[in-house]
Design a protein around this ligand. Structure first.
Ligand SMILES: *Cc1c(COP(=O)(O)O)cnc(C)c1O
Length: 405
């Protein structure tokens, strides 16, 4: 933490707001994943943080990539991944996306129409393509029956389609399901994995395609609010060990893939900004910060959603909104908190408030404020263009203590 604090201090001297990502913390989280699921391979969901140093660092630990656009396929390639380590799964891929990505990644079809477009592209180029399909299964994440979704192909529809439609140039070599993010209950995750292994067996029985990969999607969450209890990894490992080992033994040639964005990097980033002004209005103290809504959107959006919702803790809508107190606010003052302040940004909208009536040490213009949980869905989700302010910089603190920009 000290190394991190001194990096923040020295970077803050140059002025301007910035993100700082901490490689040691990224490595710690990746090690936790590997310890929890020794039979699995992991894919980094690039959309959560496409910073090139972050991608490079995650991939240096042996993770492949879960990409959501052709641009992300290229970013994964740039980080040194080979086509068999890059999975491209997103709704609405165009024929152009398919043609450009088919030799550079494993395509995962999101609809029956897309399967036909993949068949057409493979046919045109005279190849036999190994692709995956994203399935909308007959079960839901928390147990219970499946529901309607814009993602994937309904399970029963897929079996019917494959039975009726000859795909001469496509071999379905894998299945992918991703139903939910940010789950903190180990027993719910364990039940989901149980259903997934069962789905893999049903798929093989019904279609006759042997699976080269079973992509379990993401789901593992991180604590955001002080009320969140972190995922119990020991319990998760204990309840799933037999399940994973059993599937691995019965399917030695099927890679078990787990996607992870936020778990790998979410806790490893900080957004740092500074106080530009302080004022008191009718007894309320405001600190005006540089780039809040337009520097780190999520905590501002959380406040906005809570303000408009009649529910005191509205349900999350990942990755834009998780919960009321999504992020912590840190100062670099030794003194204890002494005043109640509202932190607002320098945009011309009243919605630009990042924290209201919180207790902080006394801050003056020029003092810095760091916001936690800024490693995933932070810079990537933020509308930087609004009001033509300077965009925050991004820095990366390597395990050896070097700062890269
Ligand atoms: C966004 C996304 C993920 C990553 O989710 P996290 O909660 O960040 O781990 C994984 N898979 C798919 C298909 C996604 O869309």
């Amino acid at each position: 933490m000290n190394r991190l604090a001194s990096a923040v201090r020295s970077l803050a001297q140059a002025g301007g707001s910035f993100y700082l990502y901490d490689e040691s913390s990224i490595f710690r989280h990746i090690d936790l994943l590997k310890e929890t699921f020794p039979q699995a391979q992991f894919l980094y969901s690039i959309k959560c943080n496409p910073n090139p140093h972050v991608i490079q660092s995650v991939c240096s630990r042996g993770l492949g990539a879960d990409t959501a656009s052709f641009g992300e396929v290229l970013a994964a390639e740039k980080a040194g991944l080979s086509p068999d380590q890059i999975y491209y799964s997103a709704p609405g891929k165009t024929s152009e996306d398919i043609r450009r990505a088919m030799s550079r990644s494993t395509l995962i079809a999101d609809s029956t129409g897309e399967l036909l477009r993949i068949q057409a592209a493979a046919g045109e180029s005279g190849q036999i393509l190994h692709a995956g399909v994203r399935i909308n299964p007959d079960f839901s994440f928390g147990g219970g029956p499946g529901s309607s979704s814009k993602f994937g192909i309904d399970e029963s529809q897929l079996y019917e389609f494959l039975a009726e439609t000859p795909l001469k140039n496509v071999v379905i070599g894998g299945i992918h399901v991703h139903l939910k993010s940010q789950e903190l209950r180990s027993e719910v995750l364990a039940e989901y994995y149980r259903n997934m292994f069962h789905l893999a067996e049903t798929f093989e029985e019904k279609t006759g395609f042997p699976l080269k990969f079973l992509n379990l999607g993401s789901g593992m969450g991180i604590p955001y609010s002080p009320d969140d209890r972190p995922l119990d990894l020991e319990a998760l490992k204990e309840t799933t060990a037999e399940l994973f080992a059993g599937f691995h033994t019965s399917h030695p040639d099927t890679a078990i893939l787990i996607e992870t964005g936020r778990f790998a990097v979410g806790k490893s980033g900080y957004y740092v900004t500074r106080v530009l002004d302080r004022k008191i209005s009718r007894g309320k103290t405001y600190l005006i910060l540089e780039n809040t809504l337009n520097g780190f959107l999520r905590p501002v959006l959380a406040r906005l959603i809570c303000r408009y919702s009649p529910d005191p803790s509205p349900e999350g809508c990942e990755p834009l909104f998780t919960c009321r107190d999504e992020c912590g606010i840190m100062t670099f003052k030794e003194e204890p908190p002494s005043e109640q302040v509202t932190l607002a940004g320098n945009l011309c909208t009243a919605a630009d408030v990042i924290a209201e009536d919180i207790l902080l040490p006394h801050l003056e213009p020029g003092d810095i404020v760091a916001v936690t949980n800024a490693g995933s869905y932070a810079a990537a989700l933020t509308p930087f263009q609004f009001s033509s302010q300077e965009k925050p910089a991004e820095f990366f603190l390597t395990e050896e203590g070097k700062i890269l920009s």
